[in-house]
Design a protein around this ligand. Structure first.
Ligand code: CDP
Ligand code: MG
Length: 698
């Protein structure tokens, strides 16, 4: 059992200020809650600054009201006369939950004045003036409206997260803002505006843009943003933070999930009331901890508080995401299991205890070998501090770091921007589609390495998305750029129409877009394995995934509608150890991508049970992810030369196929590949001849 010595007391600045009305404000109405937010007193100043200058940087602690309030201030301040306010979020969950909250605060129906737009879901209308959207969605909008004319203000929120989309967006917005400059010419007391004329750019009158930008961040280290936007002014929102005790473990924890469980119950039984926020790395982990907590909480003494467990992660359906914001029922304590979504993007009221194993799942790309892998990594110091801060929003709190104090000091200070550690193929394809050809010369805030850029150009060329001159190819490149999925998958979908198996490839892409289709509760792993066997195909995981989706759809159709049917489906999922949530979402994604396909005039066709045809299509689509067995039994990825192993979760584990294609590389103790299908090695030179023939030639 981990024991927590009190090693450090950490009192944040401004900690002795108490909010009037006590820590929990459920009894106040929503308008009073708004007025109590730290940003409320800055309303006038913020509106004035935005009207005076083109770009403003706003810094304020998480929970100070930036995301929910500033758009409302600007709306009231008259900034929506000529266009709408767009607020970008790195995460879908934040866009949805915040838009829902703001609609509620303004007393309007979501989707009207206030709306949101995320991949695979648009809840806006022509009446929408305050629009929350993911940064990726705004980039997509720029494809159709390169000057973003429908916006008068764009707020780039959570800029400190420095996601790859945020960084591209910053560069794009900077350019668009310049191009939307107008000259302010004063004639008497009349002000005339004239569109900036490029050939005559040296007019004496002051230039202002009719696109206002606000960059918002939760961390102080934002000199970079101001610098990047020509020394833009920065406004600080004074936050309110109560002291948070930080506790470390004496020893490193060998099994952090076990440590999480123990700590939750330790807090639950020994500490004062107040909700617990646990940071985990992903859906799969959250779901298994959720099950274990529920199992074990049944053994709690009858007189103790009840434990209510609520998960929050990106793939959770919207209605369930809102559950975490519901007030904790009387006589119970809420345990929120979250990914790093709860670090700064969403603020959940009521949290007093934070449990932080100090890990995060990230994509890491090695441009030299062209390999991207999903890896669980230690957080940075800045992230650890943000996480612990979540415990002190409403009253003094505690943060349990499930690692030693020594390891904290060894953490990196800040997270490296994603653009410097990710595969850039998607971004380069989008920039090309936006008409930006000189990627190496693009004004990035932090430039990715030129080798990473070159590698992604090469990658897109091999996939046929770029021409010899580096232009977007027509139609393939153009079509690929308009699908809301990674270029590799976009190409697979387009290709599948030729192979007459687009229904099955759509199913694969949809199923791969959600995490954890199968689950294995502890103590029931044999039953779960037997259940999986029913869908399993010895040719690989892709066919297995298609089988699951087909069986699910059959079951849904058989059951029909209504309450009993819903229950029947739940039972079916349970019996088969299948995650119903994930399947519902996969089906939803399926129909969304299908709409894009039909929009391009391409058909959905099923190969029925012609799995050879389907596997040939996978080969043609994923030839860059082919691997062959070596004499010593290990596998070698053909394009990168990386030695890889088949993940134990694959149906091909232990089956030793000679040649295969895979979809994911996960690095834990070694490089594991997942989502694998057996192929015939002669198909590679046949179906990807341009690549394999040139490779043998060189
Ligand atoms: O953006 P920032 O972190 O500065 O704060 P915010 O997201 O605007 O949150 C301001 C307040 O609204 C916090 O107290 C949240 O708890 C509350 N909020 C909420 O109750 N429900 C939501 N869906 C979103 C925010
Ligand atoms: Mg925010």
């Amino acid at each position: 059992m981990p024991s927590f010595p009190k090693t450090m007391l950490h009192h944040s600045e401004g900690s002795n200020r108490k909010r009037p009305g006590g820590p929990f404000s459920h009894k106040h109405d929503i308008q009073e809650q708004r007025r109590a937010l730290p940003i409320a007193s800055a309303e006038e100043q913020l509106v004035e600054e935005v009207s005076k200058i083109d770009t403003l940087v706003v810094i304020g602690e998480t929970g100070s009201g930036k995301t929910t309030q500033l758009p409302q201030f600007l709306y009231k301040g008259g900034f929506c006369k000529k266009g709408k306010i767009g607020i970008t979020q790195p995460r879908r969950v934040a866009a949805v939950t915040v838009a829902t909250r703001v609609a509620e605060e303004m007393g309007v129906v979501l989707g009207q004045l206030v709306g949101y737009s995320i991949r695979f879901e648009d809840k806006t209308s022509s009446a929408t003036k305050i629009k929350y959207l993911t940064d990726g969605m705004l980039l997509r909008e720029a494809l159709l409206d390169p000057m973003l004319q429908s916006y008068s203000v764009i707020i780039v929120d959570e800029a400190h997260e420095r996601t790859i989309h945020t960084d591209v967006l910053l560069g794009l917005l900077k350019a668009v803002q310049k191009r939307r400059e107008v000259s302010n010419i004063s004639i008497g007391d009349r002000k005339l505006s004239k569109k900036r004329e490029f050939e005559n750019g040296n007019s004496d009158s002051a230039k202002v843009s009719d696109l206002k930008l606000v960059i918002m961040s939760a961390t102080l280290d934002t000199a970079g943003f101001s610098e990047y936007f020509d020394k833009a002014k920065t406004v600080y929102i004074q936050g309110r933070q109560y002291p948070v005790d930080i506790l470390y473990t004496y020893q490193p924890e060998p099994d952090y999930l076990d440590a999480v469980l123990i700590t939750v119950f330790q807090v639950h039984l020994e500490e004062q009331p107040g909700d617990i926020l646990v940071f985990l790395t992903g859906q799969e982990e959250i779901e298994s901890v959720e099950r274990l907590l529920l199992e074990r909480s049944a053994q709690l003494p009858a007189d103790s508080l009840k434990l209510v467990v609520t998960p929050i992660y990106a793939a959770l359906p919207c209605d369930q995401q809102m559950q975490v914001f519901k007030p904790t029922p009387k006589g119970s304590r809420k345990v929120i299991l979250a990914t790093n979504i709860a670090e700064t993007s969403v603020t959940i009221p009521g949290v007093c205890y934070v449990i932080d194993p100090g890990l995060v799942k990230a994509r890491i790309y090695n441009p030299r070998v062209g390999v991207e892998s999903l890896t669980v990594l230690p957080v940075s110091k800045a992230q650890a501090v943000q996480r612990s801060g979540r415990a002190g929003r409403e009253r003094p709190g505690k943060c349990f770091r499930l690692y030693t104090e020594d390891s904290f000091y060894k953490l990196d200070d800040a997270t490296v921007p994603e653009i410097k550690r990710c595969n850039l193929a998607n971004v380069v394809l989008q920039l090309k589609a936006l008409g930006i050809h000189d990627i190496l010369g693009f004004d990035f805030m932090d430039k990715p390495s030129s080798i990473a850029i070159r590698k992604s150009l090469e990658h897109l060329y091999i996939l046929g998305a770029l021409t010899d001159e580096g232009k977007l190819s027509d139609p393939l490149g153009v079509q690929m750029s308009s699908f809301p999925v990674e270029p590799l998958y976009a190409r697979a979908i387009i290709l599948s129409c030729e192979y007459k198996c687009s229904a099955e490839i759509l199913a694969v892409v949809a199923m791969l877009s959600v995490e954890s289709i199968f689950y294995q509760p502890r103590g029931k792993s044999e039953e779960a394995k037997a259940a999986k066997q029913r869908f399993q195909c010895s040719d690989g995981d892709h066919i297995t995934l298609v089988n699951v989706l087909r069986a699910y759809v059959c079951e849904v159709e058989r059951m029909g509608n209504g309450h009993a049917a819903g229950k029947g489906i739940l039972r079916w999922c349970k019996e088969n150890f299948i995650n119903g949530r994930s399947l519902r979402r996969a089906l939803d994604i399926y129909s969304q991508i299908e709409r894009y396909l039909h929009g391009m005039g391409l058909p959905t066709m099923s190969c029925k049970d012609d799995w050879m045809q389907f596997r040939r299509c996978l080969t043609a689509a994923f030839f860059l992810n082919a691997a062959c067995r070596q004499a010593d039994g290990s596998y070698r990825a053909l394009s990168s030369g990386q030695t890889v192993s088949i993940h134990p979760s694959s149906v091909l584990f232990g089956k030793k196929p000679d040649c295969l294609v895979f979809n994911e590389l996960v690095y834990t103790t070694r490089h594991y590949i997942r989502h694998i299908t057996r192929i015939d090695s002669t198909w590679l030179p046949e179906l990807a001849s341009q690549y394999f023939l040139s490779k043998t030639a060189s």
